[in-house]
Design a binder for this molecule. Structure first.
Ligand code: HEM
Length: 413
């Protein structure tokens, strides 16, 4: 059902897309529309990179891991704050090395393994809601972002990995600090020292955990990684540690943001909210539409290995290219009325929200399952769960999208 549209693009005043402009970060969608129409491959001086806005171009470049290399992903994101600089994580590897690690890691993420986790994710959601009630009573106001959305995925992934629950808040702080390294050029020494400390702590933590598990295997992911074998080859100690850190980084903020944005879209589309409340079987369709319409990862990065051409634009070897995933999801040649939030739409092509091609998100089943369980339980336990304001303070990021804070009124049943 079509319920509302974003503000239309002002055709008279051409919008200049600069991902670092605060106005763009707050509401990038009109700029993506303009790019798709007029400048689908655009040089972005502020980031010294080419932005790619149309679905077909995004898909083509993500499918070609040899020409559009991932090798600069981690260095661009973390730079000298990479906790394990000796080995790249698979998200920053190209074929054939990537394929080998991916096969090993895949074993831990097959749908049957994720299904087995479902009961535990439901318990985590109940426990967090119990904590909210213990702290705030049966009605009042909470920060949905911190009190639920942030703690939930980090608790799930900590458990999957085999990390003691008592350390989950520390974990969340490490991940946030590591991710903030993307803005390191703008930080002073004090802030950089905090990132350094988190980077060192996360490494030490996983070194110790690896050694404990290697001596005494358990039923957790680190133990699975230690034992996983393909063609007689296993992951090295540092590869297991780097993989664990990648999962921590990849699995925490993304799912947190998906849950935060979902509540915002429900608030903006009250008819949809009423329908989903009445019929929780609509939750998966709701999540797919949030993933399309306002995805947690807006942009990723590639690096050209040779001169090439995309959308009629010449791109020299050694350039940074940024597929604008969130723009591809609103490409009018692939999605009917793309600016309309519509949980009944028939999605006929793959969304770009989890990427595409060899690096397609390893956690897509897990995050969909986690988000579904969380919403089912939140709607079951809260009679009221409603943002108090129409204004949203989005994260100050051009590639991650989700609310920084989201004050909501709640009342338990
Ligand atoms: C809504 C939630 C999520 C979103 C939107 C998301 C998005 C993405 C995207 C766009 C990529 C592709 C990166 C690229 O091509 O360079 C990716 C890769 C990846 N994601 Fe996710 N992700 C989510 C949840 C998770 C979770 C829960 C985990 C793990 C626990 C995870 C682990 C990974 C890993 C390991 C990769 C790298 C795969 C590879 O290099 O082969 N993600 N994700």
């Amino acid at each position: 059902m079509a319920t509302s549209v974003d503000a239309p693009v002002n055709a008279a005043a051409r919008l200049e897309y600069d991902p670092l402009n605060p106005v763009v970060k707050h509401e990038p969608y009109p700029y993506y529309t303009e790019l798709r129409a007029n400048e689908p491959v655009k040089w972005l001086p502020s980031l010294q990179a080419y932005g790619v806005a149309r679905y077909d171009d995004v898909k083509a470049l993500l499918s070609d891991g040899r020409l559009f290399s991932s090798s600069m992903f981690w260095p661009a994101l973390l730079g000298e704050y990479d906790p394990v600089p000796e080995v790249p994580p698979m998200i920053s590897m190209d074929p054939p090395g990537h394929v080998h690690l991916r096969k090993l890691a895949n074993k831990a993420f097959v749908p049957a393994k994720i299904k087995a986790l479902m009961e535990r994710t439901r318990e985590v959601a109940h426990e967090l809601i119990d904590d909210i009630i213990a702290k705030h009573g049966t009605e009042g106001e909470i920060d949905w972002t911190w009190d639920f959305c942030s703690l939930y995925p980090v608790t799930v992934i900590a458990q999957v990995l085999g990390v003691p629950l008592a350390r989950r808040a520390e974990f969340k702080v490490w991940v946030d600090n590591l991710l903030s390294a993307a803005n390191r050029a703008a930080y002073d020494e004090e802030r950089l020292a905090v990132i350094r400390e988190s980077s060192d702590k996360v490494r030490r933590f996983f070194e110790d955990l690896y050694d404990e598990r290697a001596a005494n295997l358990q039923d957790d992911l680190i133990s699975d990684f230690i034992q996983a074998e393909i063609g007689g080859e296993r992951m090295t100690r540092l590869e297991v540690i780097q993989m664990s850190i990648l999962l921590l980084i990849g699995g925490v903020e993304t799912t947190t943001n998906l849950l935060g944005t979902t509540l915002i879209e429900l608030h903006r589309h009250p008819e949809t909210y009423a329908r989903v409340r009445k019929d929780p079987s609509l939750i998966p369709a709701l999540l797919e539409e949030v993933l399309r319409y306002n995805p947690p990862v807006q942009i990723i990065f590639r690096h050209t290995m040779a001169d090439t051409e995309l959308g009629g634009v010449h791109i020299p070897a050694g350039s940074t290219v940024m597929p604008l995933l969130a723009s591809a999801n609103r490409d009018e040649t692939k999605f009917a009325n793309p600016e309309v939030f519509d949980i009944d739409r028939k999605i006929e092509v793959p969304l770009m929200s989890f990427g595409q091609g060899p690096h397609f998100c390893l956690g897509s089943y897990l995050s969909r399952m986690e988000a579904k369980s969380a919403l089912e339980i939140a709607f079951e336990r809260f009679e009221v769960l409603e943002p108090v304001s129409d204004e949203v303070e989005w994260l100050d990021s051009y590639f991650a999208r989700g609310p920084h804070h989201l004050k909501v009124r709640f009342k338990v049943r």
